[in-house]
Design a protein around this ligand. Structure first.
Ligand code: CP
Length: 311
């Protein structure tokens, strides 16, 4: 089987069979990562540039590690410290890098649609590592793998996505993926951070009551308040946000069932998620990070055109 797409720009473009193929391939690579020698030759002689125009810890390290585990050659580019500060355009920057014989581009950018723009202008395969408030497809894929590992499947599972839905690319990619794979979704948070009409547009449930969302769900994926993307006051204070919308141990203690707690990171401890929940037995946050490497190996491999290589 092959992906039906040349790039990974968003989960929106994938069909369920593509998602399943990526997850199945990621599971194979996860086995590779348990071996004493964690490296395979699948992407030998392929050169990948990690083009980060926006800060990142997990995604950037995870892609770089995935590329190294696949034996690819990697180049890391940060906008800060580059000729972007001298006025060089995105397209000029990328064309200059590609002229050095680069095959694949992993790109994070604060502008929605930046990787889509590049895909129309350059021949290399492009993987979106997060574009503005649009999509973060590999995050949704690693979230899916983490849920399946714990619950067996996505179909019929109840997933609450809690927090700043309005500014979250993780939320949108998760909504696309979970809907396509047959999960039920509830979005929860303050009314000012949940887009109007999202319920009708995506067929999801919406609640402004965190207790209700936690009582309903099998999994709570808690999202960061993205203050850097908010240009107006959308809630009174971080303290009040925590009191009303934060996920707290007292809320979990009152549930009649065990639920999984997820967070894409970075966590604002004591705001959307309290430390005694983030570090509890409910949390699979570090499993998500671990699964990120295998998922990104799968995506790089499937988009590389090196399908015959030994994984
Ligand atoms: N989850 C995530 O995208 O984290 P980073 O911003 O650290 O890459």
């Amino acid at each position: 089987m092959q992906l039906r797409t040349k790039h990974l720009l968003g989960i929106r473009d994938l069909i369920p069979e593509d998602i399943q193929l990526i997850l199945d391939t990621a599971r194979q690579f996860k086995e590779v990562l348990q071996r004493p020698i964690k490296k395979v030759p699948s992407l030998r002689d392929i050169t990948v540039v990690n083009l980060f125009y926006e800060n990142s810890t997990r995604t950037r390290i995870s892609f770089e590690l995935a590329e190294k585990r696949l034996s690819a050659d990697t180049i890391n580019f940060s906008a800060s410290g580059s000729s972007v500060s001298k006025g060089e355009t995105l397209l000029d920057t990328v064309n200059n890098i590609l002229s050095m014989k680069v095959d694949m581009v992993v790109m994070r950018h604060s502008a929605t649609g930046a990787p889509h723009f590049l895909a129309q202008h350059i021949p290399a395969a492009i993987i979106n590592a997060g574009d503005g408030i649009n999509e973060h497809p590999t995050q949704a894929l690693l979230d899916a793998l983490s849920i399946i590992e714990k619950l067996g499947q996505l179909k019929g599972k109840k997933i609450a996505i809690i927090g700043d839905i309005m500014h979250s690319r993780v939320a949108l990619s998760n909504i696309y993926l979970l809907s396509k794979m047959g999960a039920e979704i509830t979005l929860a948070g303050p009314p000012t951070l949940i887009p109007r009409h999202i319920q009708e547009a995506f067929g999801v449930n919406v609640t402004y009551n965190i207790k209700e969302a936690l009582e309903w769900c099998d999994v709570a994926n808690v999202l960061r308040i993205q203050l850097e993307r908010q240009n107006q006051v959308l809630f009174s204070s971080l303290r009040e946000y925590n009191q009303t919308y934060g996920v707290k141990k007292s809320l979990l203690d009152n549930l009649t069932k065990q639920i999984l707690i997820m967070h894409p990171g970075p966590i604002n401890r004591g705001v959307e998620l309290d430390s005694d929940v983030a570090d509890s037995g409910h949390s699979i946050i570090l499993d998500q990070v671990e699964n990120g490497v295998a998922v990104r190996m799968a995506v790089l491999y499937l988009l590389s055109g090196r399908r015959e290589a030994n994984a």
